[in-house]
Ligand binder design. Structure first.
Ligand code: HEM
Length: 398
């Protein structure tokens, strides 16, 4: 019967966040190990198990198992914005389809000049460690502009900080301070998006979306909820993955050398390989709704576990030499879970691929091959599970 074993380090430890593989490598060969335990939480980490969990979404879902009306009422009273149904668009198929259609249109409106400005700094020799704020804001700047949102730099920074506060509150239902911050963050984001939704300049995608949402019979509150989901998902996802991509460009100079010579060679599968090796998604929770057997272990209704995505993306029984950046790997529809799957498929995958199709060549062209990371000084933000933000990634350019 398989079981969970203790991880010898905290999942919150920056060393584990930045390089989890050495801590879990030995577990893959132990067939009876279903996962690891840390900080009171259980994590599954194998490709095959994750595949089974994703396929079994009717038994193992993200939503809580039981709806405790009294507890929900109290939560809504204490954290009204956090309790607001901003993820409505993900549970309503029609709303998700409408948002998806507009996200596809968004792809052609991305402006790339901001990217070059962010990365051309690396053409200067010396130490660079004050650039992360600009890299962090880059995806939001590009995507909000493409929609036709208007913003000041201060608003952009505030939206970014609010997105972080919100994600931190996802997996911490017992942490009053994080929930409070998440609630305040959502309240500000909602007010900003509602204001933009109602005053979208004519001719913008945002204006078209507001009209289409109303014409399709959605209440304004629901149209706004769809956009809030998008706005709050954008910054962490793309910016943390950008920082990790930058790190891997410097960690694997030999693998990257042919790309540097010809950055135009960057293709979807090359971007996927970078994202497989490392991306912002760390652990996402699941609740057992109907009893279910995983790797021979019976999971009972009410059990809770996390999918540890870096473990899945580097499972050596599925990926040959998983630590290596190998641009010959072939990604098919279902031989990876980089963007999740089935009911919880990523709504931003096309945007991510398009964004990196501009960002990766710019990084390759601007970051000299002799540049190196000052590893000892990399900093990671806080004790949160779903995603971890790199706040400092000092680089030395010769
Ligand atoms: C670096 C690129 C990205 C990667 C690797 C990635 C990965 C993932 C993964 C693994 C999931 C599945 C979650 C689960 O199993 O519970 C997911 C879901 C999701 N992603 Fe992404 N993502 C990326 C970019 C984005 C972007 C740019 C956005 C928004 C613009 C976004 C928005 C979302 C949302 C809203 C969900 C939840 C979908 C649902 O529940 O229906 N992601 N993503």
């Amino acid at each position: 019967m398989s079981h969970f074993v203790p991880l010898e380090v905290s999942v919150f430890d920056a060393a584990f966040t930045l390089d989890p593989y050495p801590f879990i490598e030995h577990l893959y060969e132990q067939e009876e190990v279903l996962g690891f335990t840390s900080e009171g939480m259980n994590f599954c980490f194998r490709f095959e198990d994750c595949h089974d969990l994703i396929a079994a979404h009717k038994n193992v879902a993200r939503e809580p198992v039981s709806v405790d009306e009294a507890a929900n009422k109290l939560f809504s009273e204490n954290y009204p914005a956090r309790a607001w149904h901003y993820q409505y668009s993900l549970t309503d198929v029609k709303a998700k389809a409408l948002l998806g259609r507009y996200l596809t249109m968004l792809l052609d409106k991305l402006r790339v000049d901001d990217i070059e400005r962010a990365f051309s700094r690396f053409r200067q020799s010396g130490r660079h460690d004050d650039y992360m704020i600009e890299v962090r804001l880059l995806p939001m700047r590009m995507l909000l502009s493409a929609w036709g949102f208007t913003y000041t730099d201060a608003q952009l920074t505030s939206l970014y900080d609010d997105s972080v506060a919100l994600v931190k509150s996802f997996e911490h239902f017992d942490n009053e301070a994080m929930l409070r911050k998440g609630d305040e963050a959502m309240s500000r984001t909602r007010a900003y998006v509602a204001e933009q939704f109602n005053n979208a300049p004519a001719g913008t995608l945002l204006d078209e979306f507001s009209r289409a949402s109303r014409e399709a019979g959605f209440d304004d509150n629901d149209g706004i909820a769809s956009l809030v989901t998008f706005v709050q998902s954008t910054p962490n996802t793309l910016s943390v993955s950008t920082a990790l991509m930058l790190r891997n460009i410097m960690r694997y100079p030999d693998a990257v050398a042919p790309l540097r010579e010809n950055p135009d060679r960057v293709s979807e599968s090359i971007i996927m390989e970078f994202l497989r090796r490392d991306n912002h998604v760390k652990a996402l929770s699941r609740q057992v709704h109907n009893s279910f057997t995983l790797r021979g272990k019976d999971l009972a209704v009410g059990d809770s576990l996390f999918i540890f995505y870096p473990g899945v993306n580097m499972d050596p029984t599925h990926w040959d030499a998983p630590l290596t950046l190998n641009f010959k790997r072939e990604f098919t529809r279902d031989n990876h879970n980089i963007f999740g799957g089935s009911r919880y498929s990523c709504i931003g995958s096309r945007i991510a691929l398009k964004y990196f199709s501009y960002v990766l060549p710019s990084m390759l062209a601007n970051v000299d091959k002799g540049s190196r990371l000052i590893k000892e000084e990399i900093e990671v933000d806080g004790e949160w599970i779903a995603e971890r933000v790199i706040t400092k990634l000092p680089i030395l350019v010769p």
